[in-house]
Ligand binder design. Structure first.
Ligand code: F6R
Length: 614
């Protein structure tokens, strides 16, 4: 939800900012802008509405350069995507430049107040208020930009990560973090700020993850961090360990396809890291919730959004299957607004999130923590807000996920949930070592099965071609594969804009079946397992209404091909583990349908990768 970047040093800021914006583009692509203080100490700015390429063209046509600058890629919240609303924003004098990610909730009243004092606004955004508040503070006598920024943030409410510089202090760049992510890169005589490590990791691997309520002031000769009251804070510098190559497409046409293909190795690697040598259990080196605390847990709530919610949903099925614990799954955006019971120190909240920055998920975590619950994060992004707010984290170690549509994070989240379930069930004495070994064996077989499905990719391409013109589709599953049906439908609708609905197959007859006719594709997950017979009956119901069934079926199955118009065969897998295998053809199907429809797969319209507003 918007990406910000800033640079101060001896190099030209523009190529660094532009390269960084390319990495941040997934956070929003409604407009983008860059502003620098050039070598003659004048401010220059370029802005462009629409995709980032438009800004690249504007900069090519009319180049700018300077050792200090900020950039922004926007996902519109306040004000339509337009040149006026494009960041950076500035004050009345045009001397104070600001980029912002987040929402300033009280901007309207502040704007009215400032207009009365004679300020003229150039945009409809909430962000612009900050530049004017800084201007006010400076004219009221603030000693320098840092003091003026402090005065500004004393007035604003909401969530924000800010990057700020000023013409009259040519050696200062300021970053502020409150409720939206901001990382600082430490180079040799140069500093970077960014919403995300991926935007600066090619320049430096030395990173400070700012905490909420902190301000960093970077000057050409050094930096200091303070809290909002002005007290000194010691920023801890951490080293990024993942490969920069992980950020490239590695020969794939799109990030999404690359990320789908990375899944087998991510699962292999994580199993290697987590499964104990005797292959009868699981160990988490990075996990800090003690066994004593876990043993006392009497209730689990899983909270998450979107794809992460569907991963969590499978977690409910798994944990209820393998342990005696009651497990509830909640959309994070709903959890806060109902009155969930038994939120206390014996309740475990499992917050599942790729980014660790999703505002709704974080809000649920704060709510639950306030009631004394323990929080376990299942997360991809190291150092993200969620991981810092949680009592323990299981990292999914999927590497940077760039495509807006989540794929490898989903299977990474699922795997972590399987492993945690084994850990918990064994700890509670509810799973024997032999049962754990059998489940682990099934998990270890998953990567090869995924690779087998990818070898049949051409077949899925043909199937996508056959169905890509449909207006609507159903995705049906039961039991462990019901959440997978929801996820398959989400993938389809978000990248190909084809209306798709996931349903529990048994629900069809209670209403939705009325929609079925001879033009309606129905994707049915019908692999072997305890609900197989019921699924066959549900498929027959669809067949009787002439629906066009695309079935995901276990290799060698004789019944499904008799009912389905199209069959995608997958290797047979234990029912409990099958979601990890069965999602693969659904991801590929969605991908190729979107490709046939000519959609911008990695950057679907109206979406952003990291949803940092509620
Ligand atoms: C869909 C997708 C989103 C995210 C959701 C939560 O492909 O990516 O639905 O899953 O916005 O994001 P995280 O996992 O970062 O909390």
């Amino acid at each position: 939800m918007c990406g910000i970047i800033g640079y101060i040093g001896k190099k030209d800021a523009v190529p660094i900012i532009m390269r960084g914006l390319r990495r941040l583009e997934y956070r929003g692509y409604d407009s983008a802008g860059v502003s620098v203080l050039n070598h003659g100490c004048a401010i220059e700015m370029r802005k462009a509405v629409g995709v980032l390429d438009n800004l690249f063209s504007a900069v090519d046509k009319n180049p700018l350069a300077g050792p200090l600058g900020i950039g922004h890629t926007r996902w519109a919240t306040h004000g339509v995507p337009s040149s006026e609303n494009c960041h950076p924003h500035f004050d009345c004098t045009g001397n104070i430049m600001v980029v912002h990610n987040g929402i300033i909730e009280n901007f309207k009243e502040l704007k009215d107040e400032l207009i009365k004092k004679g300020h003229r606004f150039s945009s409809e955004t909430d962000t612009e208020i900050t530049a004017h508040l800084i201007e006010e503070a400076l004219s009221a006598g603030a000693a320098d930009l840092e003091a003026a920024v402090r005065a500004c943030i004393a007035r604003i409410e909401g969530s924000y990560a800010l990057g700020i510089f000023r013409k009259d202090e040519p050696h200062t760049l300021i970053g502020v973090r409150q409720g939206s992510p901001l990382v600082v890169g430490i180079g040799k005589d140069e500093y970077f700020i960014s919403s995300d490590v991926s935007a600066i990791v090619e320049s430096t691997r030395q990173i400070i993850y700012l905490d909420d309520g902190e301000i960093i002031t970077m000057k050409t000769g050094g930096y200091h961090i303070t809290d909002f009251k002005g007290n000194k804070v010691k920023g801890v510098v951490k080293k990024v360990t993942w490969d920069v190559e992980a950020l490239d497409k590695a020969g794939f046409e799109k990030y999404m396809l690359k990320e789908i293909h990375e899944q087998p190795n991510i699962i292999r690697q994580n199993l290697r890291m987590r499964v104990t040598k005797d292959k009868k259990g699981v160990a988490f080196d990075d996990f800090t919730i003690s066994d004593d605390v876990l043993k006392k847990i009497s209730k689990i709530y899983i909270v998450s959004c979107g794809t992460a919610y569907y991963a969590g949903f499978t977690g409910k099925y798994l944990m209820e299957h393998f342990t005696s614990l009651p497990v509830e799954i909640d959309l994070a955006s709903e959890f806060r607004y109902r009155k969930p019971k038994l939120l206390n120190e014996n309740t475990l909240i499992i917050a599942v999130s790729q980014s660790g920055e999703t505002a709704d998920t974080l809000a649920s975590v704060y709510e639950a923590k306030g009631k004394g619950c323990k929080v376990l994060a299942i997360c991809n992004v190291v150092g993200s807000t969620l991981t810092r707010e949680s009592d323990g984290t299981i990292y999914i170690n999927a590497g940077p996920e760039i495509s807006v549509a989540s794929t490898k994070a989903y299977t990474g989240q699922l795997l972590s949930i399987y492993l945690f379930t084994i850990y918990l069930a064994k700890l509670k004495g509810e799973m024997t070592a032999a049962a754990a070994a059998a489940l682990i064996k099934e998990l270890e077989a998953v990567p090869n099965k995924m690779e087998k499905i990818m070898r049949g990719e051409q077949e899925i391409i043909e199937i996508a071609k056959k169905y890509c013109k449909a207006k609507s589709a159903f995705y049906l599953g039961r039991g462990f594969n019901y959440p997978n049906a929801l996820e398959g439908a989400l993938k389809n609708k978000e990248i190909s804009y084809m209306h798709a609905e996931g349903y529990a197959a048994g629900e069809m007859k209670h209403g939705p079946i009325a929609l079925i006719d001879e033009n309606f594709p129905v994707v049915c997950i019908a692999t072997k397992g305890s609900t197989y017979d019921k699924m066959i009956s549900n498929m027959k119901e669809v067949e009787a209404r002439k629906g066009r069934i695309i079935a995901i079926s276990s290799n060698g199955d004789k019944n499904v091909p008799q009912i389905a118009e199209t069959v995608i065969s997958v290797p047979e897998t234990a029912e409990e583990v099958s979601p990890l295998v069965n999602i693969m053809p659904l991801q590929l199907l969605a991908y190729y349908i979107a490709q046939y429809k000519g959609c911008d797969i990695d950057k679907p319209r109206n979406l952003a990768k990291s949803v940092t507003v509620e």
